[in-house]
Design a protein around this ligand. Structure first.
Ligand SMILES: CCCCCCCCCC/C=C\CCCCCCCC(=O)SCCNC(=O)CCNC(=O)[C@H](O)C(C)(C)COP(=O)(O)OP(=O)(O)OC[C@H]1O[C@@H](n2cnc3c(N)ncnc32)[C@H](O)[C@@H]1OP(=O)(O)O
Ligand SMILES: Cc1cc2nc3c(=O)[nH]c(=O)nc-3n(C[C@H](O)[C@H](O)[C@H](O)COP(=O)(O)OP(=O)(O)OC[C@H]3O[C@@H](n4cnc5c(N)ncnc54)[C@H](O)[C@@H]3O)c2cc1C
Length: 664
């Protein structure tokens, strides 16, 4: 509590579980909880990190303010000798998209993943100390999704032992990289490698962009910001940039050479590392984006849940209080599945982080066998979780009625910052189609004796799944995780097999794939939902201490999968995985679970442990003191600086005068 009366105190008393223990489950461990709790308070209590009025600042002021915060954050990180984990928590809780996200989140990982040991030794210490600031310059004006279509060239000049980086067309201009527009001194630039007149595909190059002395672009380089983006404040704190090269020369050793090397005489040598590792940074970032989805969704859900308990509308009896809107079943059926999804994404994000760490360790030992699984899981889950989260934030805005539309609710800015997650780091449909290819390959190999592995292992039981009949007879049977898993597996497997059968009828598989792509995306959604459900169920098999904590998570898990079953009952019925009667029983059980969530709803969002600073929402205040604060905030709007608005004499008065004289 941050002082004063707690208007949600009665709600908090209803909780049937140990909230403190749930906070630890949400954080992942005691250790992470301690760090995130301490750092979030440190940020919240420092006026230098205030977020007030961010949505009202003009772009230049907004951007300068972001630079100030980023530089102050760096000073605090150094003064307090924060560890890497603490520093990244600090940047997270400052909660303002900035060039530092790309420096730490993509530039450094690109050098780590694609640079040789020598290159890492040379560049990483400079980057870690922020003596250079980097961005990830891949996308161009003409191509983003189709990485092989990038046009920037890197031509080897054996005379000087240099690469010549060039933008041959307007569409080859780099366009979008965050941090590029006004800040980065360096970039990992992706370009088409050409040696001796021959093309060798897309590779990354470390290119210095600005002079370290006065920040001016180096000769042959044109850089700028690409302009305002969606929303006030929001992502406009980021300098997404445009970049053009006119025959800019860099030394040969600035090509990232872990995957392929160019020798002194211009020969291209492939190492035994797979080519796809050039895409490795994207796999890393997609994994972090899945974790971030649970943060963004939980934040919106926290606001909507607290406000739904404060807001009353209709239903007063004998002059008593009106009904809290959270008690309306329609409100619960829109809100609680999102609450459950936030928890589900938290756990699948945790698992994905483990998978990524495992893949990285294997890659270091030259074991590349799990790379396709890592690609499929990161691409599929990035798409699923960001789509649900973006839609979920908007649903939370609607759940807050009119007040949700005010900037002071925090929801418009959260939405505006979040929605590009459906596009950046791979357009969600494009990524789903990547997973579809892998799914279809898996199905086509089923007869060959090659057993599917990892998250596709269930396909290995295809005969059984094709014959499966669900044996749910009463609503409570839907609480049995084994029954649920089989139903989700059968649905996903049958949708994939159905697509594969249709595909096999096309003489040209590429044509078939294009024709069936919408169906394929639906099969991928089913497959990804199965992953999330199964990881939630696996989580419940762990030892989870704390009174009532595991029970609450079981309820949320049930809400998550039964909501999906209800929403996608068309799939389940069309594939004969459930009967209409069983689908109806699932919905009955879902209603029972909603009533079990209700008394715990406020405590379940308290478990996210968000400070009021981080939430940035009057509707989501911890103390529920919404109305006086909304009233107070309105008067701070610049429009209320004067009683009579600027422009009155110019525009309103003549209008009123003209109407008066017309009447007379
Ligand atoms: C940055 C900090 C992160 C912080 C995140 C947390 C959020 C915090 C709050 C938010 C605030 C601020 C942060 C914002 C950060 C924004 C960052 C955004 C940065 C970017 O957007 S960078 C640009 C990203 N671009 C893309 O993602 C492009 C998408 N396109 C592709 O990935 C590829 O081109 C493609 C679609 C995969 C197609 O490529 P290609 O034609 O070459 O490939 P094929 O389809 O022929 O496949 C060939 C072969 O390779 C396999 N494969 C493809 N991709 C991969 C991969 N990544 N890894 C492994 N293997 C891969 C594919 O399966 C095929 O295999 P096969 O031959 O069939 O066996
Ligand atoms: C806020 C933000 C930050 C970004 N930051 C960076 C950065 O730091 N560095 C960087 O390099 N890039 C960055 N990007 C660029 C981003 O990665 C690309 O915009 C993204 O990969 C999508 O590519 P695109 O713009 O080419 O979309 P397009 O591919 O042009 O998509 C347009 C439409 O076509 C559809 N489509 C495309 N291909 C297919 C297909 N094969 N089949 C079916 N449908 C298809 C898509 O689904 C979409 O509906 C950023 C973008 C944004 C919005």
């Amino acid at each position: 509590m941050e002082g004063g009366v707690d208007y949600l105190a009665d709600e908090r008393k209803k909780a049937e579980f140990d909230v403190q223990q749930m906070k630890i489950v949400w954080a992942g461990s005691h250790h992470t909880f301690e760090i995130s709790d301490r750092i979030s308070k440190l940020v919240a209590n420092d006026p230098a990190f205030s977020k007030d009025e961010r949505t009202m600042l003009p772009r230049k002021e907004l951007f300068k303010n972001t630079l100030r915060k980023a530089s102050y954050a760096w000073k605090r990180i150094n003064d307090l000798h924060l560890s890497e984990e603490e520093a990244s928590q600090l940047r997270f809780y400052v909660d303002e998209p900035a060039f530092t996200d790309l420096h730490w989140g993509m530039f450094i990982p690109a050098i780590k993943g694609q640079g040789t040991d020598e290159q890492q030794k040379k560049w990483l210490p400079l980057a870690y100390k922020m003596q250079i600031i980097g961005c990830y310059a891949q996308t161009e004006l003409g191509h983003g999704s189709n990485v092989q279509g990038l046009e920037t060239t890197a031509t080897f000049d054996p005379q000087t032992d240099e690469f010549v980086i060039h933008s041959p067309t307007l569409t080859s201009s780099k366009w979008w990289p965050g941090g590029l527009g006004k800040v980065s001194t360096h970039g990992v630039v992706y370009a088409r490698l050409i040696t001796d007149g021959q093309e060798h595909g897309i590779h990354g190059f470390i290119v210095q962009l600005r002079r370290l002395e006065d920040h001016r672009p180096l000769p042959g380089i044109i850089i700028g910001d690409i302009g305002m983006k969606f929303g006030n404040g929001a992502y406009n704190t980021m300098d997404n940039g445009v970049l053009r090269f006119d025959h800019v020369r860099i030394p040969r050793d600035q090509m990232l050479m872990r995957v392929s090397q160019v020798t002194r005489d211009g020969k291209v040598v492939q190492s035994d590392v797979p080519r796809q590792l050039v895409y490795g940074t994207m796999v890393y970032v997609r994994q972090t984006i899945v974790q971030d989805a649970s943060c963004a969704l939980s934040r919106a859900v926290c606001i909507a849940t607290r406000y739904s308990a404060v807001r009353r509308q209709f239903g007063s009896h004998n002059g008593g209080p009106e009904t809290q809107v959270i008690d309306y079943k329609t409100q619960q059926s829109r809100l609680f599945p999102l609450l459950a999804s936030a928890y589900a994404f938290r756990f699948v994000g945790e698992w994905l982080k483990w998978l990524y760490t495992d893949v990285t360790q294997r890659l270091q030992a030259n074991d590349f066998s799990t790379l396709p699984e890592a690609h499929a899981c990161t691409a599929g889950l990035k798409s699923l979780t960001t789509s649900v989260t973006a839609d979920g934030i908007e649903e939370c805005r609607k759940l807050c009625g009119g007040h949700g539309y005010l900037c002071t609710s925090g929801l418009p800015e959260l939405f505006a910052v979040y929605v590009p997650a459906c596009t950046y780091e791979g357009d969600n449909i494009v990524l789903m189609l990547q997973v579809a290819r892998i799914l279809m390959k898996t199905v086509s190999q089923l007869g060959s004796g090659k057993l599917p592995v990892g998250t596709m292992a269930y396909m290995g039981r295809i005969e059984h799944l094709l014959q499966y009949r669900c044996n749910v007879q009463k609503a409570e049977d839907w609480l049995n995780p084994a029954i649920v898993l089989e139903a989700f597996e059968a649905r996903a497997a049958r949708m994939s097999v159905s697509c594969a059968k249709k595909l096999s009828k096309f003489a040209n598989p590429e044509e078939g794939f294009a024709e069936l792509s919408a169906d394929l995306v639906e099969a991928v959604v089913a497959h990804c939902q199965l992953i999330v459900v199964s990881k939630f169920i696996e989580k419940l098999q762990q030892d989870i201490p704390g009174k009532g904590v595991k029970q609450q998570l079981k309820v949320l898990c049930g809400v998550y999968y039964l909501f999906l079953l209800h929403k996608h009952q068309g799939d389940f019925l069309a594939t004969s995985c459930v009967t209409p009667k069983q689908a109806s029983l699932a919905n009955d059980q879902l209603r029972v679970l909603y009533s079990q969530v209700r008394p715990n709803a406020i405590a379940l969002v308290d478990a996210f442990n968000y400070t009021d600073h981080f939430l940035g929402s009057i509707l989501g205040r911890y103390d529920g003191n919404v109305y006086p604060k909304l009233y107070e905030a309105a008067w701070k709007d610049p429009l209320n600086d004067s009683v009579v608005p600027d422009g009155y004499h110019q525009y309103i008065r003549p209008l009123l005068k003209q109407q008066r004289s017309a009447k007379l």
